[in-house]
Design a protein around this ligand. Sequence first.
Ligand code: HEM
Length: 498
Amino acid sequence: MITELLIYLLVVIIIYHIFEYMKIQFHYDKCGIRYKPGVPIFGNTFSSIFGRRHFIDDLDAVYKAFPNDKYVGFFDGMKPILLIRDPELMKMITIKDFNHFVNRKPFFPKEIEPLLGSSVLSLEGDEWRKMRSRLTVAFSAAKMKGMWPSMRAVSDQVMEYLKDHQSEDIEVADLMRRYNTDVIANAGMGLQVNSLKDRTNEFFMAGQQAISFTIWRKIYYFLTIQFPIIAKLMQFLGLQLLPPAGTVFFRKIVSDSIAYRKKNNIIRHDFINILTEISEDWTLDEITGQIYFAFLASYESSTSTLSLCIHELALNPDIEEKLYQEVRSHQERAGELTFEDLPELKYLDCVLSEISRKWSAAVIMDRVCSSGYVLPPPREGGKEYEVKVGDTIYNVVNPLHLDPNYFSDPEVFDPTRFSEGNKQNIKSFTYMPFGMGPRNCLGMRFAIIKMKVLLYHLVLNYKIVRCEKTVEPIRLQPLDFSIRAVGNTYVRFKARAE
Ligand code: HEM
């Protein structure tokens, strides 16, 4: 009897969703918006949900299908989304008419992720405005300079570790994740962590747990985003999206650290210090939420960017050599790298910019409409379209970075696209690895500095070489939110002669 009831319920739910799906298609047809029909319930994301390709490839397929349209319809699962293809329109949405699109779609629903739900990434409207304007101070150039010695010290830890591992095939994402964890622990929270020596330290393990998206957790995430009622039910049952151990760990570490510093009158140049200075009226969860998110942002996006950069350098020895010549000549001329020297390293900047183009961790800039907005017709002869309050749009990033109309031979890794002479030819709003407008990446400066410090010392001290496990060409691993190479990134690091 119960089985029959469940089957009946399932059939009703499926029919209901197919009906809803057809309703959306009918709406798009009526408004003259083009779309690819996709698969009912799973939409245009069927292939990425079932691990057949990366989400970026799902986006790219729809982006490429309608080359003459400024925007098209996209089904993220059951959710109808407007996919913005046109750079001019993106500029309007993310900057000029930002007040209509202040919020992004809930990434971590507060009901099931209280800490991350209160981070600046997730906050909305005036709450976001207040938080963002206060946090901006924490990422100023002056504050970054204060963190420089810690970043340098952590990069030295990596150089030290590699000395004893030159004959090994190194799994680069693991190495980079340990580097990024230690930077946020040392520079961000004043903790002395060396994840390369103490391989199972609590800090590193908390991050590992938080990002391990098992297939069940992915389904859980998919359901909570598609059906907000499920998030409410999970809240009622006391369930979280990420393992609660991470939340418990971060709450404890932040509160202990604040109490210890207060008692002993300690001032450090790190995020905890800056946040306690600017946040007298915040709850502990509000402070912890910002730090936990900074930790996760550091952990994943910087890890994937650095790993793919090292992968590309191993596949392109001529580019690695050119970079080596630049850092070596800097070292011969100026000695130790200082914070002030970074802008001099032009080719290093080109390499990092090109990685951020070809393998951007950004994917989309999502925005939710907060007050009605009329878009120009999607194509010549089409009709205007009214975006309603609550509608979600995706400004695509990676498909533009890989569009031959904007970047010739987009599959080729060519840092000279970003040389002084060439970068002015890049059309505005076709290159956006850190997003755009008032809601762009708050940690951009921090991320770029720590990536440059590491790359500088790595290339100066080691030659990055292929090993048997190095995969070529690089393709993206499906079934993953982050940007990671199929077969992972493996290389060897050979010490350069003294
Ligand atoms: C390579 C590393 C990174 C990349 C590629 C990256 C990229 C991005 C992108 C594309 C966005 C969305 C921008 C938009 O919607 O316009 C974003 C938002 C954000 N990122 Fe990053 N990020 C990186 C590292 C970091 C780090 C290390 C931190 C913190 C320490 C950080 C903090 C943030 C915050 C707080 C937001 C939300 C800003 C807001 O909503 O006001 N990011 N990031």
